[in-house]
Design a protein around this ligand. Structure first.
Ligand code: IMP
Length: 422
């Protein structure tokens, strides 16, 4: 079944591990949005591999890995990543890169930094130029991967863009970026990437016709979606299911199954509302135990309890069929485990289960909490669902009942084998 795997929270749900676990059952793994703001960590044969742009199927030699048109590509980063995994003993020969991926230029990155620094309320972007590159796409002036393959075309398109952005950068106190400082490198990267460049829209549809099994790998998470996330504290793409169609050229009919990834608690990096956030010793404990530091930027992640109001919202707008629950083992030592079941509006005192993603609303709600007894034992080596402690099974059953979707996979550690399939 062609499957979308997407994060149901604010990113960092453990998608890399989930996709690596599932990838064996698929012939093709596709990234459809985002860029190197993502950081998908995979532990494979004792090797830790962090992928930012390459699809998580790249470690399986028989899988075709596709970076489709919805992904914004920094060519220097992509070439580096290809070389990195080669050095780690993997072969990226089955990689395909869409000729229509928008390219991130050094001016985009500089713009991202000066805009972020001059913003009154900071989004906390990854400062990698993701937003400005997507703005160029909707502004109908994007430079695509195909343009890297011809120096004259690249220069003709990039020069005016570069000049235009330099004015904005300098007016905000940033440093001008000369096109001469990167054009040679970008053209060189274009040469290195050329063997992978193709029309992925046609290759993907041919795989569909040939009944190959396709796995669509979301980056970030539903609550960071440009349309449905906690705007403006969002990324600039659609991790949600609609992003699959616009980001690949596969029709909605191609999507047969949606697996949503959720941590057994919640984290967030960057600014923005977070109703279930913890700010005390419990937060520090959870952060350390879960190693909650960004895979891309190293920033400490904000942490909190599982928020069922937000989870239901994410499930509703994506037609999620099942949940892959990650990092359940991180809760092993807690006496009590809490979940948010509703929000109380602090202005009116009313309780509700509507997730209104607006900042003004979420900043003024108080979480309504249900407390569970912790299982207080190490679950990292458990292989069967029935062998999980009763308290852990009760916690999972409560999640399933609340969100009306089954939890079919449970991750109890970083290793590929530490996954329980129900
Ligand atoms: P941008 O995607 O770099 O523009 O950042 C926008 C927001 O999305 C910031 O709050 C980032 O921290 C967040 N973000 C972007 N990518 C990821 C990710 O892969 N995991 C978690 N948060 C992310």
């Amino acid at each position: 079944m062609n499957t979308v795997v997407m994060g149901l929270q604010w990113g960092d749900e453990g998608k890399g591990k989930a996709i690596d676990y599932l990838a064996n059952d698929y012939d093709v793994v596709v990234r459809y949005q985002g860029g190197h703001n993502a950081g998908h960590t995979i532990y494979f044969q004792d090797k830790k591999v962090v992928l930012h742009l390459l699809p998580s199927g790249i470690l399986s030699p028989h899988t075709i890995s596709v970076i489709a048109n919805g992904v914004v590509v920094n060519p220097v980063q992509l070439v580096e990543e290809i070389e990195q995994i080669r050095n780690q003993g993997f072969q990226p020969d089955n990689l395909q890169l869409s000729s229509f991926c928008p390219v991130i230029l050094p001016v985009h990155q500089e713009l991202d930094i000066v805009f972020e620094d001059s913003r009154y309320v900071k989004i906390g972007t990854t400062r990698r130029g993701i937003g400005p590159a997507y703005e160029d796409l909707t502004g109908r002036r994007a430079i695509f991967v195909k343009d890297l393959l011809d120096r004259d075309i690249f220069y003709k398109k990039a020069k005016p863009l570069n000049d235009y952005y330099n004015q904005k950068i300098v007016s905000r106190g940033g440093k001008e970026v000369s096109i001469d400082s990167y054009i040679d490198t970008y053209i060189e990267m274009g040469k290195k990437l050329k063997p992978f460049v193709c029309n992925t829209l046609y290759s993907l549809n041919s795989y569909l016709k040939a009944k190959k099994r396709i796995l669509l790998e979301g980056a970030q998470g539903v609550l960071l979606d440009i349309n449905f996330g906690t705007y403006p504290f969002v990324t600039s793409s659609n991790p949600t299911v609609g992003g699959v169609c616009t980001g690949t050229g596969l029709s909605h009919k191609a999507i047969e199954n949606v697996i949503g990834i959720s941590k057994a608690y919640t984290t967030r990096v960057g600014g923005g509302p977070f109703p279930s956030e913890l700010l005390d010793d419990e937060a520090n404990f959870l952060r350390e135990k879960g190693n909650e530091y960004g895979a891309t930027t190293g920033r400490p992640r904000r942490v909190g309890w599982l928020d069922l109001v937000a989870l239901k919202y994410a499930i509703m707008i994506n037609g999620v069929d099942s949940i892959f629950l990650t990092k359940l083992d991180v809760l092993d030592e807690f006496d009590q485990i809490k979940v948010v079941t509703a929000y109380e509006d602090t202005k009116t005192g009313e309780q509700g289960i509507i997730f209104d993603p607006s900042f003004e609303y979420l900043e003024n709600v108080k979480p309504v909490i249900k407390t569970f007894k912790g299982w207080k034992s190490n679950i990292g080596d458990i292989k069967q669902f029935q062998s999980l402690p009763l308290e852990a099974r009760q916690y999972i059953a409560y999640i399933e009942e609340s969100v009306e979707v089954p939890v079919n996979y449970i991750s109890v550690g970083t290793g590929r084998h530490q996954t329980i399939q129900k």
